[in-house]
Design a protein around this ligand. Structure first.
Ligand code: DGL
Length: 269
């Protein structure tokens, strides 16, 4: 029995960890498209084609439900996939909506009209493709009014994390936070809009200061997935847990083990 979790690389492991904790009896097949990461600097067409191929691989592994634990794929490809590519017996969910529901103080699936919320100035940190899709602002506008969003495209951070160069990743995070603060000096909330960024959460928090509330997806997605599976137990699917990568399994396993501080063994997808 397995649910598919997809990311371009290692970032989705932050989501996987949280959903495994929340749903210890569910098996998960994780797929990292390491050979093609990062997605954040690719065109929307490219991201769509790569995401469809990866999700198909998870369907073939027996997953009836796939979580795109990748904001870039959720922002640039999910809507187009839902408009005609996904077979009727399968389901693909993104990571944007649970985050926006938390930010706008809404329960899962609350589709009532947009309303005023407490948070007024929001700093969004995401990949260049996610920022240029404006998907975050679109989803937010369905739910909240009067929220000012300043987005910072954090070029280079995902590459540095995938290469295990945490010193470079930290320096880049600090310079992206500085750039954001020049545009919005006093954000109320910081959104880590890329599943790689929770691996740098301490650096984001230190650079933003203690008064800024940081939102990241891992726990929020865990809760909304648990809620979804309670209502759709048939979507748990078939298959056994596995970690798959389109890249070099040894290299990807070493990095994943370093990040999660427990042994993770990837196999070739
Ligand atoms: N971790 C992914 C995201 O949430 C993808 C980053 C990338 O491949 O550029 O956007």
């Amino acid at each position: 029995m397995a649910v598919g979790i997809f990311d371009s690389g290692l970032g989705g492991l932050t989501v996987l960890e949280a959903v495994q904790k929340r749903l210890p009896d569910v098996e998960f097949v994780y797929l990292a498209d390491s050979a093609n990461a990062p997605y954040g600097v690719r065109t929307a067409d490219d991201i769509y084609n790569l995401t469809c191929a990866a999700v198909q691989r998870l369907f073939d592994a027996g997953c009836d439900l796939v979580i795109l634990a990748c904001n870039t794929a959720s922002a640039a490809a999910l809507r187009r996939m839902q408009e005609g590519w996904i077979p009727t017996d399968k389901r693909v969910l993104g990571v944007f909506v649970p985050l926006i529901e938390a930010l706008t103080e809404r329960d899962w699936g609350d589709n009532s009209p947009p309303r005023e919320v407490d948070v007024k100035h929001v700093a969004l940190f995401a990949t260049p493709a996610t920022v240029s899709s404006r998907a975050f602002q679109r989803e937010l506008a369905f739910r909240a009014i009067g929220v000012d969003v300043e987005a910072q495209a954090c070029g280079g951070v995902v590459d540095a994390i995938e290469d295990g160069d945490m010193i470079l990743a930290e320096a880049l995070v600090r310079s992206h936070v500085d750039a954001l603060k020049r545009k919005m000096p006093e954000p109320h909330a910081g959104i880590l809009g890329c599943t790689h960024y929770p691996l740098m959460a301490e650096t984001f928090q230190a650079a933003l200061g203690p008064d800024v509330t940081l939102y990241s997806q891992a726990n929020l997605v865990g809760d909304s997935l648990a809620d979804y599976l309670e209502r759709h137990p048939d979507k748990i699917g078939a298959g056994t847990s596995a970690y798959l990568t389109t890249g070099d399994p040894k290299r990807v396993s070493d990095r994943a083990t370093q990040f999660l501080r427990r042994q993770i063994i990837f196999e070739s997808a």
